[in-house]
Design a protein around this ligand. Structure first.
Ligand code: AMP
Length: 441
């Protein structure tokens, strides 16, 4: 019988790597808490219409990449419902904001999430069909200040702080070879965009037949996406297309200037990228992307986000301007691993504090008891395998732990344990009362 494997584009995360995931998530939680974000957990599947309306029918995510199925009706009177595994989490958060009338509090909502997302993309390094995103959304009624450029800058400054605390250098300080880079743009308001799209369509009309097949289609269905095209032959043509910056109205221009001024004041470096329009339909005004030059190859987008002032209304809710982002957690981990490898520094110590080796069946219970006591004192401990062979115990202990505790008849009767530290080869007799301190050493 053939063995079953994880489905293409999905993967298992195993220890010790999961310790790194947990450490990243702990840092994320600590940083986000300092910026007054609370956690939201929305369902992993939603009504398909949420994404069709919220993300946009013409986007690649919705038109090609969703895992959608008809849920069987349970009774004849019930209609089958089309459900979708969430391909992103912003639409779900905004749905939840509307459903729970969070806007009625009058307060700004600052929400973050950590969880799996699903897209049927072509799997490659850094691109999976089940991947994890760490995201945050700031939204609220207009009176809460959700539309303020200060919020855009705060979110970007928080991201810079998070990446700093995770130990990913800034490109400016790492000669551009390993660090992160923030690209920034404004895609204008709901009124700027149609004017720009019309100009784009007009400029594309005479040249579109020379563009790649995808761009020929996008020119009709979603011309903004032409700007995302990576096909080398298309680049000179795309570089000559009109720029959104020339179509921003006064309010959008002022908004963007204020975001930039606040970033400058907070010492957050960025580059303006006039082609950064992002793949999802709901973005307005500020859009951004952080790329990392380490470990990601062609899939170098670490995180992306932007403002979505009309999304709540698109989902049938009240006016609730907002801004958010999603970090690709898989890519964040790949970046950290590549940086650690380049610096020849282990990322996580997966060694336990101690391995207890009972020397005979009579010491088994005492070994388990000692392990229980040391674990209660906060130490990580494994107990020997019961083979009672000193050489084998040492070999196993060296693989698993920083230290071995030998527990024989002698040790039990005297109350002094033999402890060997593998790093320096020291072997000492340690009184039971001093054991935890010694192991912590
Ligand atoms: P998006 O929701 O498309 O704006 O993506 C936000 C971030 O999620 C990207 O910058 C990536 O880091 C990550 N991401 C998106 N799609 C995938 C994928 N298929 N596999 C891994 N990470 C992804």
């Amino acid at each position: 019988m053939s063995t079953l494997k994880a489905v293409r584009g999905t993967r298992d995360l195993l220890p010790p790597e999961t310790a790194l995931w947990n450490r990243v998530e702990a840092t994320v939680r600590a940083v986000f808490a300092r910026y007054a974000f609370g956690e939201i957990r929305t369902p992993i599947f939603e009504d398909t219409q949420l994404f069709v309306r919220g993300v946009g029918e013409e986007t690649d995510v919705v038109s090609k990449e969703m895992y959608t199925w008809e849920d069987r009706a349970r009774a004849a009177s019930e209609k089958a419902q089309s459900l979708t595994l969430r391909p992103e989490n912003t639409a779900g958060v905004v749905r939840s904001y509307i459903e729970h009338k969070l806007g009625d509090t009058g307060m700004l909502q600052k929400l973050f999430y950590i969880g799996p997302q699903f897209r049927r993309e072509r799997p490659q390094r850094g691109r999976y069909r089940q991947f994890w995103q760490i995201g945050a959304e700031v939204l609220g009624p207009q009176s809460s200040g959700a539309e303020s450029p200060l919020r855009d800058a705060e979110v970007l400054e928080m991201l810079a702080t998070l990446l700093d605390e995770l130990g990913i250098p800034r490109a400016a300080e790492a000669n551009g070879n390993t660090g992160w880079k923030l690209s920034l743009n404004s895609v204008g308001s709901a009124t700027d965009r149609p004017r720009y799209i019309n100009a784009l369509k007009a400029a594309l009309e005479p040249v579109k037949s020379t563009l790649c097949e995808d761009c020929q289609r996008r020119s009709e269905t979603n011309p903004l996406r032409v700007l995302d095209c990576k096909v080398p032959e298309d680049q000179p043509i795309i570089d000559n297309l009109p720029k959104i910056a020339d179509f921003l109205d006064e309010a959008s221009t002022a908004h963007f200037m204020q975001v930039r001024a606040a970033l400058d004041a907070c010492d957050v470096p960025y580059v303006i990228d006039p082609r950064l329009v992002r793949g999802l339909d709901y973005y307005t005004r500020t859009t951004f992307e952080f790329t990392a030059a380490s470990g990601l190859g062609t899939q170098n987008a670490l995180l992306g986000g932007g403002r979505y002032d009309g999304l709540s209304e698109m989902l049938g809710g009240p006016k609730a301007p907002g801004i958010g982002f999603a970090i690709g957690e898989d890519r964040l981990i790949l970046t950290l691993q590549a940086l650690a490898e380049a610096a020849s520094k282990p990322l996580i110590s997966d060694k336990l504090d101690a391995f207890i080796a009972p020397m005979g069946i009579d010491q088994n219970a005492a070994a388990l008891m000692l392990a229980k006591e040391l674990r209660a004192e906060g130490l990580s401990v494994e107990v020997g395998d019961g083979s009672f062979r000193l050489k084998k115990s040492f070999e196993l202990a060296d693989k698993l732990a920083r230290q071995i505790i030998i527990l024989g008849e002698d040790e039990l009767s005297t109350g002094f344990m033999t402890v060997k530290t593998f790093a320096n080869g020291d072997q000492l007799k340690v009184a039971r009362a001093d054991l935890a301190a010694k192991l912590r050493g």
